[in-house]
Design a protein around this ligand. Structure first.
Ligand SMILES: Nc1nc2c(ncn2[C@@H]2O[C@H](COP(=O)(O)OP(=O)(O)OP(=O)(O)O)[C@@H](O)[C@H]2O)c(=O)[nH]1
Ligand SMILES: [Zn+2]
Length: 186
């Protein structure tokens, strides 16, 4: 990431909005913003999600629902560069005896979220990546989020929650989807 360019750009934004970039309180802000972008946009440095491990289990796991619920995430909307944040719940059903290391699902959530993006894209990136690497019989993803661009500006609707979902394979079946949704309620 080009820190010098970010720093110069933040100084220019200060100038453009009528702030003095040399005012003591904000002198170090361009540097802080560059360091922050390194962190919150870190997944732009990773073209593919590779930080995962799969485990072979016996085939008795096949057909059983595995759910990880309420994983927190923070992202930045690509239209306004304001935060949106909330939770992700993921379910999948193995079919070849393969499962993914549990911590790798939150890592996948971070991979999908730590870039300028849209909630729909976070949702489908998580779902499609799991389909590709695990080849399960199905995947379900539900994302619930609050968008600062909707709450603190523009239409100014505080506390509204946007929900998006991604269902593939057996999660298209009503009974499977219902089991997933029931598990999330417990
Ligand atoms: N679908 C989707 N839209 C988003 C997301 N984040 C922000 N938006 C929307 O992106 C749209 C951008 O609309 P524009 O009309 O180009 O921008 P704007 O003039 O700032 O729009 P307002 O927010 O309505 O003031 C807005 O409707 C936002 O609410 C997201 O994750 N998914
Ligand atoms: Zn926005």
């Amino acid at each position: 990431m080009d820190h010098e360019l970010i720093e110069a750009s933040v100084r220019n934004i200060f100038k453009a909005i009528g702030e003095d970039p040399d005012r003591p309180g904000i002198q170090e802000t361009p540097k802080r913003v560059a360091n922050m972008y390194e962190e919150i946009f870190s997944s732009l440095q990773q073209p593919k999600f590779e930080a995962y491990k799969l485990f072979e289990t016996d085939d008795s796991i096949n057909g059983e629902l595995i759910t990880v619920a309420d994983i927190p995430f923070y992202s930045m909307c690509e239209h306004h560069l304001l935060p949106f944040f909330g939770t992700v719940s993921v379910g999948y059903i193995p079919q070849n005896g393969q499962v993914i290391g549990l911590s790798k699902i939150p890592r996948l959530v971070d991979y999908a979220a730590k870039r300028p993006t849209l909630q729909e894209a976070v949702t489908s990136t998580i779902g499609q990546t799991l389909m590709d690497i695990l080849e399960p019989s199905g995947v379900g993803v539900i994302v619930k989020a609050r968008h600062m661009c909707v709450e603190m500006r523009g239409v100014n609707k505080s506390n509204s929650v946007t929900k998006t979902s991604f269902y593939r394979g057996t999660f298209k079946e009503q009974a499977v989807r219902q089991e997933f949704l029931d598990t999330l309620k417990q």
